[in-house]
Design a protein around this ligand. Sequence first.
Ligand code: GTP
Ligand code: MG
Length: 292
Amino acid sequence: MENNKNTINWFPGHMTKALRTMEKEVSVVDLIIYVLDARAPFSCVNPEFTNIITNKPIIYVLNKIDLANDTESKKWIDFFTGKNSVCITLDSTQTNSAKIVQEKMKLLLKNKIEKYESKGIKMPLRAMVIGVPNCGKSTLINNLCGKAKTITGNKPGVTRGKQWVKIGGMIELLDTPGTLWPSFENQEIARNLAFIGSISDDVYDAGDLCVEFLKKQMKENKNLIEKRYDIIIDNDCMPVDVLEKICNKRKFVLKGEEIDWERGSRAVIDDFRKGRLGKITLDNFQMINKGK
Ligand SMILES: Nc1nc2c(ncn2[C@@H]2O[C@H](COP(=O)(O)OP(=O)(O)OP(=O)(O)O)[C@@H](O)[C@H]2O)c(=O)[nH]1
Ligand SMILES: [Mg+2]
């Protein structure tokens, strides 16, 4: 584990409580709806969930698909499709887009539905919706029920307790608080979770995070950064030089022409989060063998 002042960790008490609640509630659900941010789907897989969701069919939802790179998303769909799991993509902010979740639930639970129908019993289908903070769990549930039954918000840790929501007559969904895990051994994953807004802004330095973000994007999406900020990134440019160019271009300067690094850093991260840099996927397949 990297151990310096830049190490990111965030595991507040309500997350431990939420995991215990999930452990209790899992026995009454037929299926898991596992929401992942499509920009960092592997980073969003929480090792703490593994022991909780054993043996349940899973619908993996690559949510916020509107913000992710299309080619990369196709690869991640294959990765998350398995014997007892399907993977779908979604933009939960589009009205009615989540209907596909309902269809997949019925497909995965076909045997159970047929069994009860043959006996003339009406049994609701129950699913637990899980995922890291801010990945869109509550938005997805509201989309399915066509009403704002759960509270949503553009910051991590909005949902704090469990909440059952009925969808029509036959489906019941359990909204859960976004949870992480006690310590990030892989700080690349921690940073990706911070970039997508799953980690409280209070636990990392915006300047450090932004420099790491620019370092990565200068390798992978240099043209998108150049285009957004109308700057040229020369080969000998360091990430901090790029941030300086951005701050100057945007007039993020304090009294005495001093660069406002904090404001510039927050602006760049916010641009990424809102998709203003373009469709960017952070995760890659090399991360898979490096631990969490
Ligand atoms: N662009 C885009 N934004 C989305 C999508 N789904 C959710 N959001 C936004 O993401 C933010 C977080 O959504 P929530 O539904 O509150 O996320 P959550 O997973 O319930 O978060 P916690 O309760 O904190 O764990 C909100 O600002 C939503 O509008 C999506 O598919 N695309
Ligand atoms: Mg929520």
